[in-house]
Ligand binder design. Sequence first.
Ligand code: ADP
Ligand code: MG
Length: 782
Amino acid sequence: PVHRSTEVQEARLRLPILAEEQQVMETINENPIVIVAGETGSGKTTQLPQFLYEAGYAQHKMIGVTEPRRVAAIAMSKRVAHEMNLPESEVSYLIRFEGNVTPATKIKFMTDGVLLKEIETDFLLSKYSVIILDEAHERSVYTDILVGLLSRIVPLRHKRGQPLKLIIMSATLRVTDFTENERLFKVPPPLLKVEARQFPVTIHFQKRTPDDYVAEAYKKTVKIHNQLPEGGILIFVTGQQEVNQLVRKLRRTFPYRPVKDEKPGEAAKKETKAEELAEDPKEQEFDMKRTIRNIRKTKKKFLSQISLPKINLDDYKLPGDDTEADMHEQEDEDEEKELELDDEEDGEDMNVDGETSSSGQRQPLWVLPLYSLLSSEKQNRIFQPVPEGCRLCVVSTNVAETSLTIPHIKYVVDSGRQKTRLYDKLTGVSAFVVTYTSKASADQRAGRAGRISAGHCYRLYSSAVYNDCFEAFSQPDIQQKPVDDLMLQMRCMGIDRVVHFPFPSPPDQVQLEAAEQRLTVLGALEAPPSSSIDPKKDLPPEVTRLGKVISRFPVAPRFGKMLALSHQQNLLPYTVCLVAALSVQEVLIETGVQRDEDVAPGANRFHQKRQSWASSGNYQLLGDPMVLLRAVGAAEYAGSQGRLAEFCTTNGLRPKAVSEVRKLRVQLTNEINLNVSDVNLGVDPEMKPPTDAQARFLRQILLAGMGDRVARKVPLAEIADKEERRRLKYAYHCADMEEPAFLHVSSVLRQKCPEWVVYQEAYELQNGDSTKMFIRGITAIE
Ligand code: ADP
Ligand code: MG
């Protein structure tokens, strides 16, 4: 029996799904596969696992719940543990870098990537009695694959007399890819709709669509707070940096004064300062405005080009699908006069910064950030009571679209934008782009305003833009991302014909072929038989032994290969460290990252030190990766001396990334110790920099992993025009790209500009109206 507190009891009773417990459980008991669709906030994620627990599903085996986002896996496990009054050892979570799962775990929240890895070693998922795939409407790559795999695992478990239940949960009713897909489920699974009370939300479009939506969001929020009745405000922008920027600005405008008798100015100053320290303003975001159109411009020459872009295993974000929110649209000219914001474009009552001089008089605004990299304690503040007399204001990325429901929201300010990492299907060149969301996403965001009473959504774009530029739905991730690691994993699971796999929406044939080709070049798949009379000719190439080893590591296949090659010369500790550092994004803060290559000297104040890390003796052989290796090694040492924060500040490292690298090092080290009998690795905080000989071997290993990302310097001597020579000073030809790519300003090899190099990443930056390709993470081939 579960003993819940009265407070929890009351909160539960308000959730729509609670009224349906009996029907939900009957349907689940009678059917192997069930789809549950219900408006965000109806209680699916927090309540369904509890229903199952109370119905006895955790008695002998576990209840597994997958989430596409790490944030959700952690937050939901904590919430459910709290509601059920159970310790975290029983309601636990597991994500790529961490977890608190124990042998006593009954309900296990995990990222979808984690469950996929588990299937590789335990195909029948024998430890689970039920699997819930949450947020299926997000269409993350791994959730899609899990749906396909589980469609086969469930009948197999049934045959063995150990039935497994599958529950697919979605915030929208757009589930036909799952229900009406005969290859997936011959008998369409029953669809349970959770009726949630949704109040009407009035949509206000802007007359114009400003480019600076962050400034616009600020103005709109100031107006809402000044002019409209009480109710929380939820603002959607695209990334961490925008969130922090807006949070700071709003806090300055409407300072929160915790103690009455303090002088207003002082308190405000104190608050801002404490917060700025806490949010770590130095934390830079990889915030680049690039467009997919520009990538497409880069012509591709060969399909055979091999590249394996990094896939973030755990954090997919795609806008949601449908919404059932009852909305009536309105242009800015609104009949409800009392709720009409006076929308003078330039707001005379504001000074340059948009701050009012009389801010001391205002009702305080309780401004909280929300994004996936925020620590879970800070994320949790959105659920805590708002201080007396304050209005709640949450500035969020699209995490708040469907994964986390923020209480008390009445006003939504929607930038209409989202940030996505887009990949070129063939070349693997990636770009972070800010694009318009889909209509479905916009409606989902608006719906957040109608949970407690009638609400309002202010869209920072015109209805014309909404109609003409917003796609109805966003494409499933699997049709947009490279599938290399997925292909390898599926092949290792014995799925030979990935083409015939029951994908809810199959990826492009071209994409599958390109992935297969890259894996073959990497040596993970057998080279195809050359003889055309070979009877096995239309069997797909076998996974090699190397491929099997590679697939065990929770990193991109090219990094897996580097690990697999390192079993000599005591190289493993270094490769582990290097691969961990290369797998985590943005370990080093780059101050010049958003500009053109010709940033003012000194713009990157860490450059000198980084140069010195990579330049002594044989270290220069490794180039930029050496900087990473030494930075992480030194950070680890500083950490063991209790000086990590200081070290990160003075050397330009992101502390959170450093800790992720550490966790990944531990995980990779354990994996190696388990699989290679004659090594016993540890993670040594005092790892010495590699010797000269080791540095040379490391370079070979690096080249073996990056063999397809080769670039050659543009021969300047052959260029007559002086201007052109200057323009192309740092330019390189990459195998499959027509346009030259430029050595990024952060590279320690910029002075040398070696003729042949390999690079970790090629990407594109927007620079005014034009775009420019960059390569970075450079190692010279000599
Ligand atoms: P769904 O999965 O259907 O979107 P959830 O189960 O996530 O719904 O949320 C149900 C309710 O639980 C929401 O009202 C949400 O605000 C609340 N909730 C979730 N996490 C917490 C928390 N940590 N503290 C307080 N309330 C929470
Ligand atoms: Mg949910």
